[in-house]
Write a protein that binds this ligand. Structure first.
Ligand code: MF3
Ligand code: CO
Ligand code: CO
Length: 326
């Protein structure tokens, strides 16, 4: 398939900007093609002790990874409620995305909304992570830490929300546009959302786990895009990340069959260029090696008797983000 849009890297400084302003690119949206620079972190946000917190809130540790893949009816019931909350928090924080808003302000909103709903923001102190939300801008693949950087017109930003309530986690993310975004980035975000949608469509009992990655890889590479290998979907439940691994590429070894009652995430990270990553000095922020853009969408999913249920849909049944609606 031919790319219908001009790659951002091919727009020259004196070309007219793609946004239609009539200005030269260098006088308009070119600054947003520069690499993302780290900003300053705000102090740690407190959580009232009336909120039930997961073990890592106090310890700064990680997950107890050996939770069973198949959940009890009771856990599933609780995950429906916590999942929907995460979907609704994501929608509300996404609605606040605008040029000039800092990623720290988005973190504050996520933190406040989560606590107001009687939930704990799962990222906070998870393996020592310092914030309640992950904010991944442009070439940041995942785990961007909210800081003092204001969003710029033309950026794309992934917001990854995880809530802990009733003893279980709901994990979901979406990529949002900041002001007007170039056509190549719009296409990236739309196809990334389609990758998640096509992967969800193959989920039902008896299907091998690697059918999920195959669906994602086929759609991404069929459209000339790359699939990040280093970060994968995961089992989720009473703990944040279990040992159940869901690669987003075709892995011939991932032959375990899906079973009714399994709960896991699918969260493909798709790139315009090279899919390999590198880490910032903070040891969290993962970026593409070539500085080209990347997008991600994530849902928490339940395998049902005849297919799949998306546990992190919003209360209105829709998805968030600017890749369109299912
Ligand atoms: N929500 C992320 C995921 O999808 C994990 C974030 S870990 C954190 O798995 F510590 F950065 F919050
Ligand atoms: Co996840
Ligand atoms: Co997530």
């Amino acid at each position: 398939m031919t790319a219908a849009v001009t790659p951002l890297s091919k727009v020259r400084p004196n070309d007219p900007c793609w946004c239609g302003s009539g200005l030269k690119f260098k006088r308009c949206h070119k600054p947003t093609t520069e690499r993302v620079a780290p900003g300053a972190l705000s102090p740690r946000r407190p959580v009232p002790d009336t909120i039930e917190a997961p073990p890592w809130a106090a310890t700064g540790g990680g997950s107890n990874r050996d939770e069973p893949d198949v959940k009890s009816a009771d856990v599933i019931d609780r995950m429906r409620r916590t999942g929907r909350l995460a979907g609704d928090v994501l929608a509300q924080v996404g609605a606040a995305v605008a040029p000039g808003v800092t990623t720290d302000e988005l973190d504050e909103l996520c933190h406040t909304l989560t606590i107001e709903a009687g939930a704990y923001p799962s990222p906070l102190n998870y393996n020592g992570y310092k914030k309640s939300l992950c904010t991944s801008v442009n070439e940041v693949i995942c785990h961007g830490i909210p800081d003092s950087r204001p969003l710029r017109d033309g950026d794309i930003v992934n917001l990854d929300v995880t809530c802990f309530r009733e003893g279980v986690n709901g994990d979901t993310n979406a990529t949002f546009f900041v002001g007007s975004v170039d056509p190549e980035s719009q296409r990236l975000v739309r196809i990334t959302r389609e990758c998640l949608s096509e992967a969800i469509a193959v989920v039902r009992p008896g299907v091998p786990i690697n059918a999920i990655g195959r669906a994602i890889q086929d759609h991404a590479e069929g459209n000339g895009l790359g699939v990040v290998r280093a970060f994968i979907g995961h089992g989720v439940g009473e703990t944040f990340h279990t040992d159940l691994a869901i690669p987003h590429y075709y892995d011939p070894r991932a032959t375990k069959a899906l079973q009714e009652g399994m709960v896991f995430t699918i969260e493909p990270m798709i790139t315009v260029g090279d899919w390999r990553h590198q880490l910032w000095d903070d040891d969290w922020t993962a970026t593409t090696v070539d500085g080209k853009r990347t997008a991600q969408f994530e849902h928490t999913l339940l395998v049902t008797a005849d297919g799949v249920e998306i546990l992190t849909l919003r209360a209105d049944g829709l998805w968030s983000g600017d890749g369109g609606q299912p």
